[in-house]
Design a protein around this ligand. Structure first.
Ligand code: GLP
Length: 261
């Protein structure tokens, strides 16, 4: 794992967008794993801008999102399908048939989870998986005690997640209590992982995810097992990292990051 600390949330999102842009330009058929959440909006806004201003081409790539709420229709403004359409898919030249999310309304949810895993395999796996992190340390919706080898399945959302995401639903709509999510094992099979976390309220969980012991209680700690995982944070989210000076030195000196400095 490597941790990269950027001065601001904007600079952190910029770096993540740049990594995705480079991968996409080098591999137009990229199979891209996508994430939702407030943090990712800054990344998608940058990708949209690159598409409009610098011709970044999405026409050949395929995407798979991490998760979707159970019971929400794609037209529901709270669904992750709706989020993706609004923030990215409708604003770039991606073929909507190449955009995949689990179907939270499938009559047989277990069959839907198996279908999603099959689809990812048919595309020869995920090249680059983008990740956010919940305040309690989930990736996707892999809540506490998610098996580190788990596959796509239905998860009951934890009280912490319900509390964190309920404000997005407002007072009128009640938030679903379950979601379909890629498993930790599914995520770990992606060839490259890129996690973005910004803001001081992520500082404690980032320190535990990056430097703490691996535990099924915090699914993000499993990222330490991956051979090519980059965690990008801003200064406020880096505040509790013990090795911050070392991570800054790596970013400032390693040739791999020269183009991003
Ligand atoms: C949801 C998503 C996660 C995401 C998290 C962080 O729970 N299922 O994939 O990482 O939100 O959200 P935010 O960026 O809003 O903090």
């Amino acid at each position: 794992m490597e941790a990269i600390i950027r001065p601001t949330a904007a600079a952190a999102a910029e770096l993540v967008a740049q990594v995705i842009e480079r991968e996409l330009r080098a591999h137009p058929h990229l199979v891209l794993g996508l994430a939702t959440g407030r943090t990712m909006e800054a990344v998608y806004a940058r990708l949209v801008r690159r598409h409009r201003e610098a011709g970044l081409d999405f026409s050949l790539c395929a995407t798979f999102n991490l998760d979707e709420y159970v019971g929400l229709s794609p037209a529901d403004p709270h669904s992750y399908r709706h989020y993706m359409n609004r923030h990215l898919f409708q604003q770039v030249n991606i073929d909507s048939r190449n955009t995949h999310l689990p179907d939270g309304q499938a009559p047989d949810l277990d069959a839907e989870c198996a279908r999603y895993e099959r689809m990812i395999r048919q595309f020869n796996g995920l090249d680059l998986q983008l990740l956010g992190i919940g305040r309690a340390g989930h990736i996707g919706f892999n809540e506490p005690l998610s098996a580190l080898f788990s596959r796509t399945r239905v998860k009951a959302l934890s009280p912490a997640t319900l509390a964190q995401n309920a404000p997005l639903f407002g007072s009128g709509t009640s938030m679903p209590r379950r979601a379909i999510t890629m498993g930790v094992g599914t995520i770990l099979e992606a060839r490259r992982l890129l996690l973005l976390a910004t803001g001081e309220d992520k500082a404690e969980i980032i320190a535990r995810a990056v430097e703490g012991p691996i535990t099924a209680m915090i699914s993000a700690t499993a990222l330490q097992l991956h051979a090519r995982c980059t965690v990008v944070v801003d200064e406020p989210a880096a505040r509790q990292l013990q090795g911050a000076d070392y991570y800054r030195w790596i970013f400032a000196n390693e040739p791999e990051w020269e183009a991003y400095r």
